[in-house]
Design a protein around this ligand. Structure first.
Ligand SMILES: [Zn+2]
Length: 221
């Protein structure tokens, strides 16, 4: 099973204003899914929901185009929030937009499952947010999880995935994902196949492949 973090790097028709500079086309997705299926791999699209709406001072398209959807951060002396702004899950307009993006990805990937991300939500239930300030982070987070579950599982009949801390694994966890976070094209796959050309395989790809191999060799007990 391969989970692809797509985010805003897709040729969205419903919201072309939210397409990032580099994006994959519908034909590109179709070809990729065909190749994966031909090799027995299930492909699941991922769209980071709630958090991770920015990275290293770059604000992603949703909050750039719709400033009113941002969860206002509390004053944070360490400015950590600059790496992970959030949308406000209680804003009355946010789900209409996000669900349209989800639906397009589901269709393009012909997906039977969807990964909503939701790790590292650093800004949530902000004290400056008129909708969230009287609620706990847990309440706001649970509201978001249930909203996405209602759309993806109850309405679309898909399986919904989200990140969890392994550290808190219970007997109910069915498996795990190995993450790569490798940017160069094909670098992780090359490393996994044992290639060592430093021009094509970065140290990060090599380390990610080693971790993946170890995880495959020793599944959850
Ligand atoms: Zn809010």
């Amino acid at each position: 099973m391969i989970v692809l973090e797509v985010g805003y790097n897709f040729q969205f028709r419903s919201h072309p204003e939210l397409v990032q500079t580099e994006f994959v086309t519908r034909d590109g997705v179709r070809d990729l899914v065909q190749v994966c299926r031909a090799h027995g791999a299930r492909v699941i699209p991922q769209f980071n929901c709630l958090g991770h709406q920015s990275w290293r001072h770059t604000l992603y398209p949703l909050l750039t185009e719709y400033r009113e959807l941002e969860e206002p951060p509390d004053d944070a002396p360490d400015q950590r929030w600059t790496g992970g702004r959030s949308w406000c899950p209680l804003h009355p307009q946010v789900n209409e937009i996000v669900f349209a993006l989800m639906d397009e990805l589901i269709e393009a990937f012909d997906a039977d499952a969807f990964h909503v991300g939701m790790d590292e939500v650093l800004v949530i239930a902000g004290r400056k947010c008129p909708r969230c300030r009287d609620r706990t982070p847990a309440e706001v987070f649970a509201r978001a999880v249930n909203d996405y579950h209602r759309h993806l599982v109850e309405e679309k009949k898909l399986t919904m995935l989200m990140w969890g801390a392994r550290r808190d694994a219970t007997e109910r966890i069915l498996g795990h994902l190995s993450t790569t976070w490798v940017l160069e094209p094909g670098g992780f796959a090359r490393a996994l196949l044992g290639e060592q050309d430093s021009l094509l395989v970065s140290p990060r790809a090599r380390d990610a492949a080693a971790a993946c191999r170890a995880a495959l060799a020793e599944p959850l007990r």
